[in-house]
Design a binder for this molecule. Structure first.
Ligand SMILES: Cc1ncc(COP(=O)(O)O)c(C=O)c1O
Length: 391
């Protein structure tokens, strides 16, 4: 194997770096010049734009998807002792949000092909205490919403969708995040639309949207954000103990312009996805399953599976080798029960969810941001081929 890396250290390819263009920069500067940095008219516009894009009746901006999930679970009326079924193949935030809302997370294993929660496993985890199902559309691939919707209907469960990876995702012609009571989006720096930190709740009913809005700003009655406006001081009432989860205009200023380019960025990631599929077809590693018909995949993550027995290199050695080539990689995710907190508090063991455990121990996410140049993509391909062929 040659010793010189595919890229120089100075050109380290940062995993998940967002594409930021001039319009965002100008809008942030203009927002700063108005002096109104906090929650205001830009946030209201971004909410409207997202609701229109997702064809959702209501959208409420918050400062992260974690906050969106937390508020949705609270607004769904879940409380101590209520069980929420979710996937072990997700970011810890999904499970933590359930815990913070006082409910009990219950895991159902994934389908090993789609990497999404398996409705058959969900059925097995139903108890008299189950109140909600919280599917995560992993990597941007929609969950089986027909099957999950039928289970929810039969057992009168709330559906709260984690759409952190799946802004563009559609299932049978309908946007994910609009199937259940709540859909939660993320605009974190590595996501498909970014605001730095940021999130949004899509709500099916006006009542739920209003409650989320109140909960996101200390529990103050609506329109409290106007209290320092040029209309003069306004009294507000605190109607419940809320949270400090509101989005700032500074963040929305970025998101408004990102959203206008959503299709362009999606097409670019689709192109990179296809280039990787072709480039790795002859290598002894697993590549993502093709999208299902009648669905739209958001192409948020491109994951390869490194099975040491086939690839001749362990997953963790592969991660180090990519880093040595100066290419940033990620792991999405070690299955949730691998982490000590959940083992101690909830007695979860990775072996109880064998598909998620295997995937979590083999998976590697390669860069797929719309910011990548053709040369960046070629470098990723060269590095993967060099490592797997040269092991
Ligand atoms: C599946 C999933 N859920 C929730 C989150 C939390 O999103 P945020 O960072 O916006 O709180 C993430 C973020 O990485 C995620 O990937």
């Amino acid at each position: 194997m040659s010793t010189s890396p595919i890229r120089s250290k100075e050109r380290f390819l940062v995993f998940g770096a967002p594409a930021i263009e001039d319009a965002e920069v100008q809008e942030v500067v203009a927002t700063m010049r108005t002096g109104w940095l906090g929650t205001g008219p830009k946030v209201a516009q971004f909410e409207q734009d997202i609701a229109q894009y997702k064809n959702a009746p209501h959208a409420v901006a918050v400062n992260s998807c974690t906050a969106a999930l937390h508020l949705s679970i609270v607004a769904a009326g879940l409380r101590q002792g209520d069980e929420v079924i979710t996937t072990p193949m997700t970011f810890c935030a999904t499970v933590n949000a359930i815990i913070h809302a006082g409910a009990t997370p219950v895991l159902a294993d994934i389908d090993p092909v789609t990497l999404n929660i398996d409705p058959v496993e969900v059925e097995k985890k139903l108890t008299a205490k189950t109140r909600a199902v919280l599917p995560v559309h992993f990597a941007g691939r929609p969950c089986d919403m027909d099957a999950l919707g039928a289970i929810a209907k039969r057992h009168q469960l709330k559906i709260i969708e984690d759409c952190a990876h799946s802004i563009e995702t559609q299932y049978h012609g309908r946007h994910v995040g609009t199937f259940g009571d709540f859909g939660c989006l993320s605009f974190y720096v590595t996501k498909n639309v970014v605001t730095g930190e940021g999130g949004m709740v899509l709500a099916g009913s006006e009542e739920d949207a209003a409650r989320i809005k109140v909960l996101s700003l200390h529990g103050m009655s609506k329109d409290a954000w106007k209290r320092f406006s040029d209309e003069g001081y306004k009294h507000y009432s605190v109607v419940e103990a809320g949270f400090k989860y509101n989005m700032m205009d500074l963040q929305a200023a970025i998101g408004i312009h990102q959203l206008r380019r959503i299709e362009k960025y999606w097409l670019r990631r689709q192109q990179i996805w296809q280039q990787y599929n072709e480039a790795f077809a002859d290598l002894p590693l697993g590549t993502p399953a093709d999208p299902d018909p009648q669905t739209r995949h958001a192409y948020h993550l491109y994951t390869v599976m490194i099975d040491e027995a086939k690839a001749g290199i362990s997953r963790d050695r592969f991660l180090s080798a990519m880093t040595a080539e100066n290419i940033g990689v990620g792991v999405h995710y070690l299955s949730v029960p691998e982490h000590p907190y959940y083992q101690e508090k909830l007695s979860w063991r990775p072996e109880q969810f064998p598909h998620a455990m295997r995937v979590g121990r083999q998976t590697v996410s390669l860069p797929i941001s719309a910011k990548l140049t053709d040369e960046d993509v070629a470098d990723v391909v060269k590095a993967v081929r060099k490592i797997v062929r040269g092991k």
